[in-house]
Design a protein around this ligand. Structure first.
Ligand code: SF4
Length: 425
């Protein structure tokens, strides 16, 4: 099913609940940024640092690897998702691991790590509250920061076999259950929000402290992270921590922001994952590599709020997902750049200033074969002769054929009746 059908189904089921829940977070974000007078300057600076990162990605990857090794961390580079999964499995097999605790990581979702490890006999326990809820429901996260935002407290009570639907009660019950898993796990896996090139450190931000428990309690801690998470220095980190938390949830700072260097009394391994990122540097979509996965563009998007994350069918939904998914599979996800009203709300909130309206228009051209038609129309606007010729072609072309040529457009909009005669003789 395509986005439109799934969105209609979702809205019929949810009504305005999902929309209101996310809008409350958007309002919290607005309040939080009003307290920072220099907010726009911070966004500009964050965008500039990320521009520098994508222009110097290879150099920063080498710098990070050198410094992380000096720090005492083992570093791998994985060209793609398969390689990444094999490295994780090899590390876990080396210690005969049977169970791992994993904190939220969109990169491991991108690589399909849970399914891969389960197939290879390793029990994966997601430890972020929202992630654990969707895991127990046999679903994927529907939002990159609020993975279970599509569920209700009644849904959570049901998976825990409880009649009490009080959120505090349910959270405490889940915490108790997860505590046992942390204490008996053989290894911990986490993502990372930032990698500090000048130090070789990884930075992980959570509100539940679950990544810290997974990183500290078992002897082995594996960090799986995309190379675009690099920032040059510790000084840059301060700026990014400020913009990340406010953009994500309207908090001044995430509850736990931990800088991981060498692991005391165990091993820490970092897997830097490419999976198409270096290739993207040579495309018109390289600016998507600036994303810090704060989720502000999802939360603000009027389409996302009404259609839910699963309607996008890709691990990263919403406006940024509509740019990333077609780069993974152009045919499968070609409807996503059109699941957008071009209202620009995403561009207004993005803390690293990704130019969404430009990128989404580019992506529409990229996924359709209407380029020639659109280019011809554009050219005709600049010349009277061309305009007359173009209008004549349109008037003489049968409607069915026109609809076929601009099939993507006419799938969602009714083609008007084209007059056979010119208005001006
Ligand atoms: S594109 Fe911008 S707003 Fe969206 S998740 Fe990434 S950083 Fe946040």
């Amino acid at each position: 099913m395509k986005h439109y059908e799934l969105a209609v189904e979702f809205y019929k089921k949810q009504g305005p609940r999902h929309d209101s829940a996310l809008w409350a977070i958007r309002e919290k974000r607005d309040k939080a940024i009003k307290e920072v007078k220099e907010w726009e300057k911070l966004r500009t600076k964050a965008g500039e640092i990320k521009d520098y990162v994508i222009e110097n990605l290879q150099k920063l990857v080498y710098e990070f690897i050198k410094n992380a090794k000096n720090e005492g961390i083992e570093v791998y580079f994985a060209k793609d998702a398969n390689k990444h999964n094999e490295i994780v499995l090899k590390e876990l097999k080396n210690i005969n691991a049977k169970k791992v605790v994993k904190s939220k990581s969109m990169l491991t979702e991108e690589c399909g790590l849970n399914e891969f490890l389960e197939k290879n006999g390793i029990n994966v326990i997601d430890t972020d509250l929202g992630e654990r809820i969707v895991q127990l429901r046999g679903e994927k996260p529907s939002h990159i920061v609020l993975p279970a935002i599509h569920t209700t407290k009644e849904d959570v009570a049901e998976i825990l076999g409880e009649s009490n639907t009080d959120p505090t009660y349910l959270t405490r019950k889940m915490r108790k259950l997860l505590r046992k898993e942390f204490l008996s796990a053989d290894a911990g896996i986490s993502g990372a929000n930032f990698l500090i090139a000048e130090k070789g450190y990884a930075v992980v931000c959570t509100n539940e402290g679950n990544a810290d428990l997974g990183a500290i309690l078992p002897n082995l801690h594996i960090i799986s992270v995309g190379i675009e998470k690099l920032v040059p220095s510790m000084e840059d980190l301060g700026l990014f921590l400020r913009v990340l938390a406010r953009s994500a949830t309207g908090q001044a700072i995430t509850t736990y922001s931990t800088i991981f260097g060498k692991k005391e009394g165990g091993r820490r391994v970092i897997i830097l994952v490419d999976n198409g990122r270096f290739e993207r540097l040579n495309t018109q979509f390289k600016e998507t590599l600036k994303c810090i996965r704060c989720s502000a563009c999802l939360t603000t998007c009027p389409v996302f709020r009404r259609s839910g994350g699963h309607s996008y069918r890709y691990v990263i939904p919403g406006p940024i997902g509509s740019l990333l998914a077609p780069l993974v599979d152009k045919d499968e996800y070609k409807d996503l750049p059109f699941a957008c009203t071009l209202c620009d709300s995403c561009e207004m909130v993005c803390p690293v200033k990704i130019p969404f309206s430009k990128q989404l228009r580019e992506m529409r051209k990229y996924v359709t074969n209407e380029n020639i038609m659109v280019k011809f129309a554009e050219k005709s606007m600049h010349s009277d002769k061309m305009f007359k010729l173009f209008s004549k072609i349109i008037r003489l072309t049968p409607k069915a054929l026109l609809e076929k040529v601009i099939s993507e457009w006419s799938r969602y909009k009714a083609m008007p009746v084209i007059p056979r005669e010119r208005f001006i003789k």
